[in-house]
Design a protein around this ligand. Sequence first.
Ligand code: MUC
Ligand code: MG
Length: 367
Amino acid sequence: MKITKIEAIPFAIPYRKPLRFASGEVHTAQHVLVRVHTDDGVVGIAEAPPRPFTYGETQAGIIAVIDQLFAPQLAGLTLLERETARALMERTVGNPTAKAAVDMAMWDALGKTLDLRVVDLLGAFTDRMRVSHMLGFDGPEAMVAEAERMRETYGISTFKVKVGRSPIELDTAVVRALRERFGAEIELYVDGNRGWTAAESARAMKQMADLDLLFAEELNPADDVLGRRWLVSQVDVPFIADESVPTAADVTREVLGGSATAISIKTARTGFTGSQQVLHLAEGLGLEVVMGNQIDGQLGSACSIAFGAAHRLTSRRAGELSNFLDMADDLLTEPLEIRDGELAVRPGAGLGVEIDADKLDHYRTDN
Ligand code: MUC
Ligand code: MG
């Protein structure tokens, strides 16, 4: 069970359909595959998605911090010493997705070593979740057509609509068109990625007051502290903090400060160990929780479903588990499949997924 080596391998897989939102856009999945090797010959895997517009990380930076700091610090630890691993990695500020991927690859290796699934090690609440699909910026017709395709092909009936454009009517028209097309058949919520001001957000929420939204997420910057509090105090749906709460301390600050009433948990930024810390905090505070997506590939989505399905609170709402559908290809030997609007946890030990060696050879960018 001793860690002998940690690899950080860059790869690039194009998106069939780029995702556009208020803080950025993604055309290619330039992620980092993390492999934790042990002295038993077990290899645990996870992926880190660089999101410079959210966390400041780059692909080269993730590789550097793993190769130069985390790999030497963690070598020799056993897979049970995850708290020690966390404490060692916490000596380095920031770098959330690099830390999360190392943590999750350790859990995968532990599951494979014990011949147990990660979902069972974490809590084993259920083995599947309803899926929520993210609709990136486009015109109303194209976004309605995309939702129709997702419903027909995968049975998905919950949609998170990216908003935050100016004028606000560009986005409110999309949400209205979706509600008019599908009526009560779908669940809808919006995510602004900090694109609007507090006043624009309040005006947009008034325009959408009759559209039966589930949630509103990060409509304006949390750093506009008083503006955010003013907004959250008047919005009548749970207000989700996402990129403003990458740590448990951030959750505490934002929620106690009146700047959020719900949170997004993303395994891509808090791994499994940190996500449990955030989840238990959220339960204690009585917050709504949504499993978010860091525009993950299939490996990242396998991590999200393992965590989301493991716990009661995270599996209550549809989880954002479908961004990988927009990628042209992936690295897994067997693709994840969304059916009847649900994604199931894989049956095998650990995360239950394996990397296809030929695909990795083809997409890795360090050879
Ligand atoms: C989301 O929920 O915001 C886009 C930016 C980011 O940090 O995550 C994605 C999705
Ligand atoms: Mg978000």
